[in-house]
Design a binder for this molecule. Structure first.
Ligand code: Q46
Ligand code: ZN
Ligand code: ZN
Length: 304
């Protein structure tokens, strides 16, 4: 297989684009594509202050690398969840994130959940569910709260996350299986700022996971190979596997599934629902939005 741009040996073949590229051209192509999507979906501009949520994994560190190469002003936010599970998951991912930032002279903010809120994520989960279920719902709640708080309070205009196309397609697949209208309405590459909530964008949402993996490896980015130990057996991994099976027979199926959803929504698939959108209230303690008056779920959990 030859690189379409220069005829040298290709290292990546993207069947969904009918495009094979050599290392150098692939490493140029990914930031070019990302820039194109940032502009097309009006995610943010060069004059805005950007915060990137980084976990130490391949997607978020590669995103920071790309955004930096494209000349945007972006700081990183690492949230230490206090997950150990015998593999030092949090401390190792923090070490790699700090190494990445230091090596490129980038500004990294670190929020340690245990230091700031008195317990690690597994400990919070133990308290609320007595360890019966995985800590993921609590973890998601805490991460969303902290990311939004830091973005707003530190004067950033937009928060970026490293979700790739496989992540987005798997979430969409789950939401479609249960026709979760509220979630389908909110899923997209850019969530505009609303009262109490910062703007969010996912610049990698059109890039396949395997390409992000190739990017991280070819750029020599040191990231944490282990997934969070609590992600084992998760439904999102199962949905990703199902979609990948579909992709083998029909290259581009994952991408078409997600993009045709965005198109359908744009042409009014959920128009009626949108006008009925539930009224949001602001939490009386932290000021972030909540569906019921009074405290938001994060502040309720903290007050227990
Ligand atoms: S939610 Fe669950 Fe993830 Fe939190 S506890 Fe780990 S797997 S990190 S995206
Ligand atoms: Zn080439
Ligand atoms: Zn609150």
């Amino acid at each position: 297989m030859k690189c379409r741009a220069c005829g040298q040996k290709a290292v990546v073949n993207m069947r969904q684009h009918k495009l094979a590229l050599c290392k150098d051209h692939f490493l140029e192509w990914i930031p070019e594509q990302t820039e194109r999507f940032i502009e097309k979906y009006k995610m943010f501009t060069h004059s805005e202050k950007i915060l990137i949520a980084v976990s130490g994994g391949k997607d978020s560190l590669s995103l920071w690398d790309i955004i930096h190469r494209l000349g945007y002003q972006a700081d990183g936010l690492y949230i230490c969840l206090g997950i150990d599970e015998g593999i030092n998951y949090s401390s190792e991912s923090q070490r790699l994130t700090e190494k990445f930032a230091t090596g490129r002279s980038l500004n990294l903010r670190v929020v340690n959940i245990q230091k700031e809120y008195g317990a690690t994520i597994p400990e919070f989960s133990q308290k609320s569910h007595r360890g019966r279920v995985k800590p993921c719902s609590i973890c998601g709640l805490v991460k969303r709260h902290v990311m939004n708080r830091v973005t707003r309070d530190m004067g950033y205009e937009v928060l970026l996350t490293g979700h790739n196309l496989d992540d987005e397609a798997a979430v969409l697949f789950g939401n479609t299986l249960s026709w979760a209208g509220e979630y389908l309405l909110r899923q997209g590459p850019v969530l505009p700022e609303t009262t109490g909530l910062a703007r969010k964008a996912k610049p990698l949402f059109r890039i396949y996971e395997r390409e992000m993996l190739a990017y991280a490896l070819l750029r020599g980015i040191e990231y944490i190979y282990d997934e969070c130990p609590f992600s084992d057996g998760s439904t999102s991994i199962y949905y990703k596997q199902l979609l990948n099976r579909l992709e083998i027979d029909r290259p581009g199926a994952k991408q078409a599934f997600y993009l045709s959803f965005l198109e359908a929504r744009k042409s009014g698939l959920f128009a009626e629902r949108e006008s009925l959108q539930a009224e949001l209230h602001l939490c009386t303690n932290c000021g972030q939005p909540t569906s019921a008056p009074g405290l938001c779920s994060f502040c309720r959990m903290m007050s227990c």
